[in-house]
Design a protein. Structure first.
Length: 179
């Protein structure tokens, strides 16, 4: 059964308008929605990354199928940014993050090639777990690993990891969260 996903419509200041948008339909010019990126790091200087399923991956920024990334997704109607970050991590990796160990690092207004606009909230969480503790979401994620910053940079350069087009803040984030 297909479930309609509704998003809160945000104004250009990032405030909820009280209106909703149905995922998959074109957004009205000037309307925004919220996307979260959720980066998790452990005490060993590593970041938890996951690989998208091959058939899960077209966005207004390009093809994402089969690429490594960090957890992320759209906030659904009535989600706060933190709610969306926690929910997406639970859905995609089966992990319960501790909200007290998270920081909303940056919010950026973005625009895709089709004119689609959104706010992107970047969350950073301290989290440690074994890869064996991860429960991947079938059809969305297919692998996970702990990786160093250098490994992620090399994967980006080699096209295995989503590029700086998806994560234009990556180097600033790494500089801010030197582990």
């Amino acid at each position: 059964m297909y479930m309609t996903e509704l998003w809160d419509v945000l104004d250009a200041s990032g405030e909820k308008t009280g209106r909703f948008h149905e995922r998959g339909k074109p957004m009205v010019s000037g309307d925004y929605h919220l996307i979260v990126h959720v980066w998790k790091h452990n005490g060993k200087g590593q970041w938890l990354i996951d690989k998208r399923s091959q058939d899960h991956g077209i966005s207004s920024l390009g093809d994402m199928g089969g690429k490594w990334e960090t957890t992320g997704g759209c906030a659904i109607a009535r989600d706060s940014s933190l709610d969306a970050a926690l929910r997406e991590t639970k859905e995609e990796l089966g992990l319960d993050l501790d909200a007290a160990k998270g920081t909303m690092w940056r919010r950026t207004a973005r625009c895709g090639s089709t004119g689609h606009t959104w706010f992107e909230d970047v969350w950073i969480f301290e989290h440690d777990c074994l890869i064996e503790d991860i429960r991947l979401q079938e059809g969305e994620t297919c692998e996970a690993m702990w990786a160093s910053v250098d490994k992620i940079r090399n994967m980006m350069a080699g096209g295995e990891f989503l590029s700086e087009k998806f994560y234009p803040y990556f180097e600033d984030m790494i500089e801010s969260f030197k582990l």
